[in-house]
Design a protein around this ligand. Structure first.
Ligand SMILES: Nc1ncnc2c1ncn2[C@@H]1O[C@H](COP(=O)(O)OP(=O)(O)OP(=O)(O)O)[C@@H](O)[C@H]1O
Ligand SMILES: [Mg+2]
Length: 235
């Protein structure tokens, strides 16, 4: 099977005032093409750091990072921009919508830069935002903004979809709809999907479950029988 992500001994520290925070410690991870990987761990354990490095938003201090055939260690600037544009869709922990653009226009930001975009109408339907497509972000609830952020990432039809707490602001009903949509995308397009969550129940949806603790990958569990979004026990 083709490898989507390969990390070897990846380290990352942040300088926070006088002290250095070792956010990622010797992280090793392999993800196959088309897998759903769920990442769990307490706040501050390094989940977003890991995802940002895989998505080429942040760079490792040391170690090897290979994603979708690109070696990300050592590359910078323009090459990294190109990698992100071509390969990744990102759903940020804070939605990062553009305030002056409508729902539909925010989603188009994703599809416009893609070589292989999905139809906007279909995406709007999928996240149940068709009737709100002309609204601005400040006119939306947190959950609705979250759905637009997800729609924007999906619209690119990326090889790799990185979702940092995609259901954090959503109730059980909407959350499961979104997770269902992610599963559908995984099935239909063989998209590799990483999902960070605090919701233990979501873990069983993953082909692979990664547990982080104090900057370390503490456990990687393989799951041969992932459950569907509908079967998730919402906690
Ligand atoms: N830009 C930064 N500058 C300084 N410290 C940072 C920065 N980004 C992350 N950190 C620190 O690195 C550690 C890991 O942060 P990270 O955001 O990866 O955690 P997380 O597991 O995503 O947490 P949460 O569940 O709260 O989102 C934390 O101690 C955090 O304070
Ligand atoms: Mg985080």
């Amino acid at each position: 099977m083709r490898m989507s992500i390969s990390l070897r001994k990846v380290n990352k520290s942040y300088q926070s005032g006088e002290v250095a925070v070792h956010a990622l410690k010797d992280a090793d991870l392999e993800v196959n093409d088309g897998e759903i990987v769920v990442i769990l761990g307490p706040s501050g354990s390094g989940k977003s750091t890991l995802m940002n490095i895989i998505g080429g938003i942040d760079t490792a201090d040391s170690g090897e990072v290979e994603v979708e055939g690109s070696k990300l260690h050592g590359i910078r600037g323009k090459q990294l921009v190109e990698f992100r544009r071509k390969m990744t869709g990102f759903v940020f922990q804070s939605y990062n919508l553009i305030p002056g653009l409508t729902v539909e226009e925010n989603i188009e930001v994703g599809s416009e830069i893609s070589i292989n975009p999905l139809p906007i109408r279909e995406i709007l339907e999928g996240v149940e935002m068709t009737d709100k497509r002309t609204k601005l972000p400040h006119q939306l609830s947190g959950g609705e903004q979250q759905r637009v952020a997800i729609a924007r990432a999906i619209s690119k039809n990326p090889k790799l979809l990185l979702c940092d707490e995609p259901t954090g602001a959503l109730d059980e009903h909407t959350g499961k709809k979104i997770l269902s949509l992610l599963q559908e995308i995984n099935r239909n397009y063989k998209t590799t999907i990483l999902i960070i969550t605090h919701n233990q129940g979501i873990a069983e949806m993953g082909h692979k479950i990664v547990k982080m603790k104090s900057g370390k990958i503490a456990e990687i569990k393989l799951n041969s029988a992932p459950i569907t979004a509908e079967q998730v026990e919402w906690v």
